[in-house]
Structures are given as structure tokens and as C-alpha cells.
Design a protein around this ligand. Structure first.
Ligand code: SAM
Length: 278
């Protein structure tokens, strides 16, 4: 970069395992900023040494006090400041959300430099539908909270992506087997590293495999979308309407059946009125 970087916040994605995935723009930017805000100065210090970059680092996470965050925002109004996390894209299950929100409110210029993120690398490797996906971060570690979260996501017509840790994979697979049975799953491990693997199968198959070969390293767990519901037949629709008409108005019965089946509410209302007249 020949010219000095303008003031502002530069969100810089860094490799998730393979140093070769750093972008030219990331290197130029990390070289050009006045200060790098990072989760852990030892981790980022190692990356900078490998890249031959000398830069001032300060530790930042979203639990930092208001005063620290405000100082960082004041700095980015007059100097270029980078935000990096230990690995991958900042803000994706990593610190930065509050900083970006408050920097935006303070009128700072903000640029995000694209680069690796384990969720996207895993999705593209998995062979699961990629036209719609929902990134849900880490599953809770407590069984009840984990099952509740999976229950909330059960009807989402998209591939679900979770970050997971090796010691918790078995519990997560067991919970998915219980709450979301019959789905196609993928486990992506050690992405971009020497022992990268991506294994697909049912929750029972993957639980059996990882039970026999306890996993190591970093993991992304993906769950394929639910099977598409087939449209109910006329007799089923009538039965649903009749059951609801026993204690609700025709308009409410039609609205509920429309929600459950995706059928047209006006046509259902007309049918409900017919059934009521019989
Ligand atoms: N911000 C990062 C990103 O964009 O990917 C994610 C940070 S989050 C704290 C760390 C989690 O990301 C790990 O527990 C793991 O689930 C996932 N992860 C990071 N690197 C990975 C890799 N090389 N292979 C598989 N999963 C990885």
C-alpha cells in the first residue's frame, strides 16, 4: 500500500489454520494501521511475526469496559485501527459486535476485509444444501438449553451450522439424534489444516464413528434441512378444519390451517364456511 491508510476501523479476517489463506489486502492493512485490537496479543503477535509485521497491539473483547472501547473509537476517528480475532472473521462467534455498533454510531469509517470463516469453509465442503443456511454459533453446553435451541430450529428450512468443540461433539450428536431425527449431518474438522476431514451421515452413524474415534481439534457441525412437507390431501384439510371449527371461528380455523399447510387462507375460509353449513 503506497498511501497511508485513512482513519477508521478495518475489520480483518485472518487464517483459521493455514497461513497461506491470509489475503494480500489483510497483510497491507495490518502493516498500515497504527494499532491492532486483538483478542489475545500472544496469538496475534505470533501471526504478525510470521508475516514480518511490527505493530502496536491492544487487547480488546466485547467485555472491555466502556472507557476502553471509547478510547479505541476516539483513536479510529483520527488514525487507522484494525480489529482481528484469534482466527477467522471477527464478530463471527468472536468479539467486535459492540465495537462496530458503537463505532458506527460515532461516525467512524468502517471497512471489512473478507477472508476465512470456518462456517463458510465447512458449508462449502459438506455437500449439504447451501442455498439457505442458518449459522447458530455454539450450541449451549447444558442438555436442556441445547435441546431447547435445537427444538427452536427444528422447522427452519435451511442447513444449520454450529461451532462445536471436540469434547462436546458426542453430546451434541446425541441431542440432534433425539430432537432432529432423520436428518443428514456433516462434521467438518481441522479445516485448512493437515488433518482436515469432512464426514457426512446420520446422527447415529456419526455418533458411532466418533464414539470409536474420539475427535480432536476444531469442529463445525452441520445439520441438513428438514424434509419438505408434502401438501395434505382434501380429506386431511377437512379434518383439520372440522377439528378447529369445534371451538374457533371459521376465519381463525382457516388462518391456522393456512399457517400449518401453506395453503391459501381465502380458499380455506370458503371451505370452512361450507363445512360449517353442512
Ligand atoms: N471467528 C471464527 C470464524 O470466523 O470461523 C470462529 C471463532 S470461534 C471462537 C471458534 C470455533 O470456530 C471453533 O470452536 C470451531 O468450532 C470453529 N473453527 C475455527 N477454526 C476451525 C477449523 N480450522 N476447523 C474447524 N472448525 C473451526
Amino acid at each position: 500500500m503506497d498511501q497511508a491508510l485513512p482513519p477508521g476501523l478495518y475489520i480483518v479476517a485472518t487464517p483459521i489454520g493455514n497461513l497461506g489463506d491470509i489475503t494480500l489486502r489483510a497483510i497491507e492493512t495490518l502493516r498500515g494501521v497504527s494499532v491492532i485490537a486483538c483478542e489475545d496479543t500472544r496469538v496475534t503477535g505470533k501471526l504478525l511475526r510470521l508475516l514480518g509485521i511490527k505493530a502496536r497491539m491492544i487487547r480488546y473483547d466485547d467485555h472491555a469496559g466502556e472507557g476502553d472501547r471509547q478510547r479505541l473509537i476516539d483513536t479510529m476517528l483520527t488514525e487507522p485501527v484494525a480489529l482481528v480475532s484469534d482466527a477467522g472473521t471477527p464478530l463471527v462467534s468472536d468479539p467486535g459486535f459492540r465495537l462496530v455498533r458503537e463505532a458506527r454510531a460515532a461516525g467512524a469509517a468502517i471497512t471489512s476485509l473478507p477472508g476465512p470463516s470456518a462456517a463458510i469453509v465447512a458449508l462449502t465442503l459438506s455437500g449439504l444444501p447451501s442455498d439457505r443456511f442458518l449459522f447458530a454459533g455454539f450450541l449451549p453446553s447444558k442438555a436442556k438449553a441445547r435441546a431447547d435451541m435445537l427444538g427452536e430450529l427444528a422447522d427452519v428450512p435451511a442447513t444449520l451450522i454450529f461451532y462445536e468443540t471436540a469434547p462436546r461433539l458426542a453430546d451434541a450428536l446425541a441431542a440432534i439424534d433425539e430432537v432432529l431425527p432423520g436428518r443428514e449431518l456433516a462434521v467438518a474438522r481441522e479445516l485448512t489444516k493437515k488433518f482436515e476431514e469432512c464426514r457426512t451421515g446420520s446422527s447415529a452413524e456419526l455418533a458411532a464413528h466418533y464414539g470409536a474415534h474420539p475427535p480432536k481439534g476444531e469442529i463445525v457441525l452441520m445439520v441438513g434441512p428438514p424434509p419438505e412437507k408434502s401438501a395434505p390431501g382434501e380429506a386431511d384439510v377437512d379434518a383439520m378444519l372440522l377439528a378447529l371449527l369445534a371451538d374457533t371461528k371459521a376465519s381463525q380455523a382457516a388462518a391456522q390451517v393456512a399457517r400449518e399447510t401453506g395453503l391459501d387462507r381465502k380458499l380455506l375460509y370458503a371451505r370452512a364456511m361450507e363445512l360449517r353449513g353442512k
